[in-house]
Design a binder for this molecule. Structure first.
Ligand code: UDP
Length: 473
């Protein structure tokens, strides 16, 4: 039987590249040949930041295609929208050329392509696969619940909830008071928590259109892979599986890599778009167990300078040591932390521009995570047993917060308007809550059980590899 060869095509942001790379490493450990496709822009960034990022490894290659984006748009405030538009409009042609080349004229030692595996938001890759007669699977870069919620955006439009009637709906409590109680497998959820893309009065809003299209296009793939584990999202997974039977839950991917029994030398394959500060781990070593607050807003969130200052002063007021990640582009136009804040907290803080988040969350010193509720961040926190203080901003992050706070018992809410007193209060509460610590430890144990041989994610990974080997996607 020929060796299976998956062309993995993540959407060009960290929230997709990271889980796609983790899944690729797992598949590679099980004998699948991987071609990992990144954009030329991201490869230049990663190449500069991480030595040997594209380092050759038997059966694991990295290829780059253009993202079609104008350099002027890279600094735009709505960067993510520009990136999505460029990717949709310009991604198909170079990918088609690449997949056709790998299918027809593979280099020596490179088996013919047997599967195209994009992440969500990249459904043009599924069309390319179909045109070229190559089977496909898709990796959801979000959980089962937020995926199910986004799949229902179309029905919300058909039932007249969307677009919103007028601007007042954004501020008069309509989003919170309007309860949607008919999404399969999900508890009643406020309209505002379904997705950030409901916040529009424009019938042609790009974000809404794009997410409706992409969420539903997942089903064009032969199978759907989700970075979650069965115990965490049992109800909604049962409902999703009733609609799409070929679902492989293989998360939490980081735990799968860490606990997997397969030998590997893949640690040095790293495509981080920012340079990690690794010294923060040594700083954490010096702190008391469970004493540190870790604050990070992910790879895309943009804050105002005032919001950053409120978060910073809120952290200072907790009295705890803290690790604060301020990405270079976290505040549009540049945001310096207030000098008095830096002076006052010098003894008990570390501020870095990017950190190795999974090892940080797993460090015994970390007691709580102040997060923007990106799916990867939340799942990494759950798998590490760390309670969260939740401040969602965008996309699926509102649904994620609802689950963390109301269903999983591991999160506390912050108001949209950031106030230092509330930040300090909620962080202290999360740090001191025995109940949340217990829930978080319980989920960590579930995540590890799922990842061990015999566990649901481990079994599903084996099933996925078998399907790839047999060509039965
Ligand atoms: N991440 C990291 N270091 C940082 C910030 C983020 O390694 O300083 C990683 C994090 O572990 C996660 C990803 O970047 O895997 C962010 O994805 P997420 O879905 O949480 O949020 P997004 O960036 O897509 O908003």
């Amino acid at each position: 039987m020929a060796r299976p060869h998956a062309v993995v095509v993540p959407y060009p942001g960290s929230g997709h590249i990271n889980p796609a790379l983790q899944l690729s490493k797992l598949l590679h450990r099980h004998g699948v040949f991987i071609t990992f496709v990144v954009t030329e822009h991201n490869l230049r960034r990663a190449w500069a930041a991480v030595e040997g990022a594209a380092g050759g490894r038997e059966g694991f290659r990295i290829e780059a295609i253009p993202d079609g984006m104008l350099d002027a748009d890279r600094d735009a405030q709505d960067y993510d929208i520009s990136l999505s538009k460029a990717t949709v409009n310009h991604g198909a042609a170079p990918l088609r050329e690449l997949v056709a080349r790998l299918r027809d004229r593979s280099a020596p030692g490179v088996p013919p392509v047997t599967c195209v595996l994009p992440t969500t938001l990249m459904s043009f890759a599924l069309d390319v696969a179909r045109e070229l007669g190559v089977p496909s699977m898709v990796l959801a870069a979000l959980g089962a619940a937020p995926l199910m919620a986004e799949m229902r955006l179309r029905e919300l439009k058909e039932r007249g909830y969307l677009p919103l009637k007028d601007e007042s709906c954004l501020t008069n409590g309509y989003l919170e008071k309007t309860i949607i109680d008919w999404i399969p497998g999900m508890p009643p959820i406020s309209l505002g928590d379904v997705s950030s893309f409901v916040r529009t009065t424009d019938p042609d809003d790009f974000g809404l259109w794009f997410n409706i299209t992409e969420a539903n296009n997942c089903t064009k793939a032969g199978s759907l892979i989700i970075n979650t584990f069965d115990a965490l999202e049992a109800d909604v997974l049962a409902a999703l599986r009733a609609e799409y039977p070929r679902i492989y839950t293989v998360g939490q991917l980081g735990t799968m890599l860490r606990l997997g029994e397969e030998a590997s030398d893949d640690d040095s394959i790293d495509l981080s778009l920012w340079k990690h500060d690794t010294e923060c781990l040594a700083w954490l070593d010096e702190q008391e167990p469970g004493s540190v607050v870790y604050a990070n807003f992910g790879s895309l969130t943009v804050l105002t300078a005032a919001q950053l200052a409120e978060f910073a002063w809120g952290l200072a007021a907790t009295g705890h040591p803290f690790l604060l990640v301020v990405r270079e582009d976290l505040v549009h136009g540049g945001g310096e932390l207030p000098p008095e804040f830096l002076a006052e907290t010098a003894e008990r803080r570390r501020v870095v521009t990017w950190c190795p988040q999974e090892p940080v969350l797993r460090h015994r010193a970390v007691g709580c995570f102040l997060t923007h509720c990106g799916w990867n961040s939340m799942l990494e926190s759950i798998a590490a047993g760390v309670p969260m203080v939740c401040w969602p901003v965008f996309a699926d992050q509102y649904t994620n917060r609802k689950y963390a706070c109301e269903l999983w018992g591991v999160g506390l809410r912050l108001d949209e308007e950031v106030r230092r007193e509330q930040v300090a209060g909620r962080v202290r509460e999360a740090m001191g809550s025995e109940e949340m610590r217990k829930s978080a430890a319980g989920w960590k144990a579930e995540a590890e059980a799922a990842a061990r041989p015999g566990g649901s994610s481990h079994e599903n990974l084996l099933g996925l590899v078998k399907a790839l080997k047999e060509g039965s996607l």
